[in-house]
Design a protein around this ligand. Structure first.
Ligand code: NAD
Length: 487
C-alpha cells in the first residue's frame, strides 16, 4: 500500500491539551509546512497563566489517579495500552508529523512512531522491576535508600524529531510515577498534542500528560520557573540549554537534564571498509537533511584514503530525491524553515570566504519549499565556521589526518561532545580510539542509534547533561531518600 497522502486531508490538533481536553487559546503564530511553505495552522502561545493551569492540573491528576500510589504494575499496564493505541493509529500520527515537520512519511511511520511505541513499553517495564536498595547496617538498625518520583516534571522539546523526543521525555517520567507538562517546539506541536490525546483515549488518567503550546522565552521559561515543577528535562540547542540552566538555578535549584547540540566527528582509518564508511556517513548527514543532533557532520579521514572516500560520498549524495514529506518517493527532507535555511547558507558562504573548497552542493535547491543541496566542504580548519558551529543541515566537512594522535586531536571539538563514529577493521585501534574520543556515544563501523533502548543517549561538554533512554533516563525521573531506623 502506498504511503503517499494528500496533506489537506489531515486535521491538525490545535490548542493546548490540559486535563484530557483541548483548550483553545488566541491564535498568535502561523505555522508553515516546510515542504511547500503553505501556512497550515494558527497556534496559540501559552503565557504563565496557561502553564500554571497545566501544572495545577498535573498535580491534581497525580492525587486523584493515585498514579504513584497504586501497584506499579498498573502504570505499566496503562502505558502499554497507550503504546498499543499509538501503534494502531500509527499511520495518522505519522501523517500529522509529515505534514508539519521535515520528517518523511516513511521515516515518521517506521522510524519515529513505531519506535516511540516500543520505547514507551521499554520504560513501562521499569515501573514494577526497579527496586530500592537495602544497605548494610548494625543489627539494631534498618537502613534503605528509597526512590520516589518528583511529582510534576517539566519537559521542553525541539522540532527535528517531535514524536521521538516526546516519547523520550514522557515515557520515563510517567513510568517513574510523575505527571508531565510538556512544551513541544512551536514549529511542530501537532504530533505531541495527538500523542497526549491518544494517551487519554487509551485509558491513561487525564491530566498526567499536559501539552502547552508556545515559544521558548515565554512558555518554556514559565515551565522552568514554575515553583511546582520539580525537575526539567530539555532537548534543544546549547544556547537555550544555558538559559534553562540559569532559570532553573534561580527558580529553586531544580535538577535539569539537557540534551543539546552536537558537531560529531566520523573518523575513518585507511584499513576501514570505505564503502561501508561512505554509506554510513552519507546516511547520517542526509537523514532529515542533516537536522539531527547526532548528525556526523565532520569527516576526519586517513590521508591516503581521503580522495577515495570523498568520491564515494559525493556519488551517494547525488542520488537524493528532494520532495514533499508526504510523498513516499521522496528521500530527502526539506529544511524546517526559511530562517534555518538562510543560516545554513550563511555558514557555508562564510566557510567558503575563509578558503573552504566546495566539493559539491553549497546552495539552496531551486524548487517549492525550503531545500538545501547535500554539501561537502574540504580544505577547512578548526577555525572555519563550518567546523566550529553546529549547522543542522546537510553539510559535511572533510579533514585529513596522519596517525591516531592527529585523528584524536581533530575529532575533539572545542564545544561539543555528543557522539562520534569510528571506522577501522583493527580491533585494538578501535578500543584505543573509543577511549580517546570525547563523546557520550561512540559507534564503531556503524553510525546512528539502534533499537537497543537500554543504551543511554546524551552528550559530554556543551552537548548536555544527563541522559535520555536507558536506565539512566528512568532514574533521572526519581529522587532518592536515605532512611535509617533504630529498631
Ligand atoms: P531550540 O533550543 O531553539 O528550541 C528547543 C526548544 O526549547 C523549543 O521548544 C523552544 O521553544 C524552547 N526554548 C527556546 N529557548 C528557551 C528558553 N529560554 N527557555 C525555555 N525553553 C526554550 O532548538 P531547536 O532549534 O528547536 O532544535 C535544534 C537543536 O536541538 C539543535 O541544537 C540540536 O542539536 C538539538 N537537539 C538535541 C538532541 C539531543 O538528544 N542531544 C535531539 C534533538 C535536537
Amino acid at each position: 500500500m502506498s504511503l503517499t497522502f494528500d496533506p489537506r486531508s489531515i486535521k491538525l490538533p490545535i490548542g493546548h491539551f490540559i486535563g484530557g481536553e483541548y483548550v483553545a487559546g488566541t491564535a498568535a503564530m502561523t505555522v508553515k509546512a516546510p515542504s511547500d511553505g503553505r501556512p497550515i495552522a494558527e497556534i496559540p502561545l501559552a503565557d504563565a497563566s496557561v502553564v500554571d493551569r497545566a501544572v495545577e492540573t498535573a498535580k491534581a491528576a497525580l492525587v486523584s489517579s493515585g498514579w504513584n500510589r497504586q501497584r506499579p504494575r498498573e502504570r505499566l499496564r496503562a502505558l502499554c495500552a497507550w503504546a498499543d493505541l499509538i501503534e494502531k493509529e500509527a499511520e495518522y500520527l505519522a501523517r500529522i508529523e509529515a505534514v508539519s515537520s521535515s520528517r518523511l512519511i516513511g521515516e515518521a511511520l517506521a522510524g519515529d512512531v513505531m519506535v516511540a511505541a516500543e520505547q514507551i513499553r521499554f520504560f513501562a517495564e521499569f515501573a514494577d522491576k526497579e527496586c530500592d536498595d537495602l544497605v548494610p547496617t548494625a543489627d539494631s538498625q534498618f537502613g534503605f535508600i528509597a526512590s520516589e518520583p518528583y511529582g510534576v516534571v517539566g519537559a521542553i522539546t525541539a522540532w527535528n524529531v517531535p514524536v521521538a523526543l516526546a516519547a523520550w521525555k514522557l515515557a520515563p517520567a510517567l513510568a517513574a510515577g510523575n505527571a508531565v507538562v510538556l512544551k513541544p517546539s512551536e514549529m511542530t506541536p501537532f504530533s505531541t498534542l495527538y500523542m497526549a490525546e491518544l494517551a487519554v483515549r487509551a485509558g491513561m488518567p487525564a491530566g498526567l500528560i499536559n501539552v502547552v503550546v508556545g515559544d521558548g522565552p515565554q512558555t518554556g521559561a514559565a515551565i522552568v520557573a514554575h515553583a511546582d515543577v520539580a525537575k526539567v528535562s530539555f532537548t534543544g540547542s546549547t544556547r537555550a540549554g544555558v538559559a534553562i540552566m540559569e532559570n532553573a538555578a534561580r527558580s529553586g535549584i531544580k535538577p535539569v537534564t539537557l540534551e543539546l547540540g552536537g558537531k560529531s566527528p566520523q573518523v575513518v582509518f585507511a584499513d576501514a571498509d570505505l564503502d561501508l564508511a561512505a554509506r554510513c556517513i552519507t546516511r547520517t548527514i542526509l537523514a532529515n537533511a542533516g537536522q539531527g543532533c547526532v548528525a556526523g557532520s565532520r569527516v576526519i579521514v586517513d590521508r591516503p584514503v581521503a580522495a577515495g572516500l570523498a568520491e564515494r560520498i559525493v556519488e551517494l549524495m547525488k542520488q537524493v530525491t528532494p520532495g514533499p514529506t508526504w510523498d513516499e518517493t521522496t528521500t530527502f527532507s526539506p529544511i524546517i524553515s526559511e530562517p534555518q535555511l538562510s543560516r545554513i547558507d550563511s555558514i557555508v558562504t562564510a566557510a567558503r570566504n575563509m578558503g573552504a573548497e566546495v566539493v559539491c552542493g553549497g546552495a539552496r535547491i531551486e524548487r517549492e519549499g525550503s531545500f538545501y543541496q547535500p554539501t561537502v566542504l574540504a580544505a577547512v580548519t578548526d577555525s572555519s565556521p563550518a567546523v566550529a558551529e553546529e549547522i543542522f543541515g546537510p553539510v559535511l566537512t572533510i579533514q585529513s589526518f596522519d596517525g591516531e594522535e592527529e585523528a584524536t586531536q581533530l575529532a575533539r571539538h572545542k564545544t561539543y561532545g555528543l557522539s562520534a563514529g569510528l571506522f577501522t577493521k583493527d580491533l585494538s585501534r578501535a578500543m584505543r580510539m573509543v577511549r580517546m574520543l570525547e563523546a557520550g556515544t561512540v559507534w564503531v563501523n556503524r553510525y546512528g542509534r539502534s533499537r537497543d533502548h537500554i543504551l543511554p543517549t546524551g552528550g559530554w561538554k556543551s552537548s548536555g547533561l544527563g541522559k535520555d533512554l536507558g536506565r539512566e533516563a528512568y532514574h533521572a525521573n526519581r529522587r532518592t531518600k536515605s532512611v535509617l531506623i533504630d529498631l
